[in-house]
Design a protein around this ligand. Structure first.
Ligand SMILES: NC(=O)c1ccc[n+]([C@@H]2O[C@H](COP(=O)([O-])OP(=O)(O)OC[C@H]3O[C@@H](n4cnc5c(N)ncnc54)[C@H](O)[C@@H]3O)[C@@H](O)[C@H]2O)c1
Length: 437
């Protein structure tokens, strides 16, 4: 394919050289004449392993060209990759100025084409930026409509500086955000033959994936360092601890606990987060991430309470009171906290939880239910259908097949508020809302 690459920084230079290596023909464009001259001289404008050799090789072969003329580059290519910088503004917000400007310039060049052209954004952008900010600029300056006169996609970059060339040829994944199949196919073809999973997504999903990745990497570093600081303060080898931690690919390094849902609770997580935070404080350590966990969890409960109040209905049915399916343990159940908050706001509540109803009659939790939450025990109903006929809003707190027929029986006048991403959401008549989807 003939590709123009806008912005010859880390991402642009590495993409240019590696796409040449994959057999494509590339035009590099930058506003900085020095960077363009470097490429024209067959040299790398940045320090990056293996890059000088690739640039020299493909420049000599005539596969790699460079210019400051956007019009020439667009005229000579079928697809543009936007790799300009998106730095922070002094406020911390994202500066999209360079991306907007380059789109305006590309649009003016597209205006002169009598064929279709594809614009692919690779710069890191907050979800919605490509569609809300860049698409209108491209349409205005080109005088053409997205999806007809030109195609638009978003394709985040996952390279790490220092190993960028190796990362290009062995990416952790390839993510293609596009509005239609043809554009997704075209962008995917740029990376044909590369290993790793390919994901075709909506443009906004592809934009947010990049942030989820980078922020998670930051969370991992901070987490490792806070555990390390605590380990050192109590005379434990942090690397030995984290080697064992990382060997657990069932609960630790796995998708488990990573899917958005409701707040954490139960008899272990809150207690242990509090204890380790107290331990850090005793050691005079500042571990802000650890300290922030209980507060963040609390905010999630408050958000849900607010959303439920926002429906303006008072008759609420709660499917599931324990902190997760298959248990009668109500200790530190965030659902208990949510229900108590709503009771305080005047909600008329009925609760169905088979395990809790059984525990109320017998078992270790009988005493807890009678002494700690007698006001909630009174709200328990023995049949989920009774709850359905009572409720204007039904709150589902965990996934349980027993709940699904009841949910399907609800009418379009009723509302379902889902904390668990139930798999039957598409098959219910009631108005559906998820806690964070
Ligand atoms: N550096 C990384 O490791 C990395 C990894 C993944 C994603 N990203 C993202 O990719 C984007 C680019 O990052 P980078 O580190 O390569 O940036 P960079 O600052 O190194 O390079 C950006 C280049 O864009 C050029 N430019 C600005 N406006 C232009 C215009 N109108 N036309 C042509 N060129 C123009 C600049 O002169 C500069 O050379 C950013 O959004 C960044 O967040 C970076």
């Amino acid at each position: 394919m003939r590709i123009s690459i806008f912005g010859l920084g880390y991402v642009g230079c590495v993409s240019a050289a590696c796409l040449c290596e994959s057999g494509h023909e590339v035009w590099g464009i930058d506003v900085d004449q020095t960077k363009v001259d470097f490429l024209l001289d067959g040299k790398s404008p940045i320090v990056e392993k293996d890059l000088p050799e690739l640039i020299a090789k493909h420049r000599a072969a005539g596969q790699l060209n460079a210019t400051t003329s956007i019009e020439d580059a667009v005229a000579n290519t079928e697809v543009a990759l936007i790799c300009v910088g998106t730095p922070s503004l002094p406020s911390g917000a994202l500066n999209t100025e360079y991306a907007r400007r380059v789109c305006e310039q590309i649009g003016l060049a597209i205006r002169k084409l009598d064929r279709t052209f594809t614009v692919v954004v690779r710069s890191t952008l907050l979800p919605g930026t490509t569609r809300r900010e860049l698409l209108p600029i491209l349409e205005k300056s080109s005088g053409k409509t997205a999806g007809q006169g030109f195609q638009l996609g978003y394709n985040p970059e996952f390279l790490r500086e220092g190993t960028a060339v190796a990362d290009f040829f062995a990416p952790p994944k390839t993510v293609v955000g596009a509005e239609n199949h043809a554009t997704a196919e075209l962008i995917s073809a740029l990376y044909a033959g590369l290993p790793g999973e390919f994901h075709v997504a909506k443009i906004e999903e592809a934009e947010l994936v990049k942030y989820a990745d980078n922020v998670f990497h930051a969370v991992k570093v901070v987490f490792g360092n806070e555990i390390g600081a605590i380990a050192k303060s109590v005379g434990v080898d942090s690397h030995r601890v984290m080697d064992i931690f990382c060997s657990d690919t069932k609960l630790n390094l796995s998708p488990y606990y990573l899917k958005p849902g409701f707040a954490f609770g139960g008899s272990c997580l809150p207690k242990d987060v509090r204890a380790l935070s107290a331990c850090a404080r005793q050691q005079n350590l500042s571990t802000p991430m650890l300290y922030s966990l209980m507060g963040s969890n609390e905010e999630h409960v408050k958000r849900s309470a607010k959303a439920l109040q926002g429906f303006g209905k008072k008759r609420l049915g709660v499917l599931g009171l324990a902190f997760k399916a298959g248990t009668d343990d109500l200790r530190e159940s965030p659902v208990v906290e949510l229900v108590e908050t709503l009771l305080g706001k005047g909600f008329d509540i009925k609760i169905y939880d088979r395990n809790v109803s059984l525990a109320r009659l017998m078992g270790a939790n009988k005493r807890f239910i009678e002494t700690a939450i007698p006001h909630l025990a009174e709200l328990l109903v023995s049949n989920p259908n009774e709850l359905a006929s009572h409720s204007e809003v039904v709150l589902v707190t965990y996934r349980d097949e027993e709940f699904y027929p009841v949910l399907k029986s609800l009418s379009s006048e009723q509302i379902v508020y889902d904390l668990a991403r139930i798999p039957v959401a598409d098959n219910i008549h009631a108005e559906y809302h998820g806690v964070c989807w």
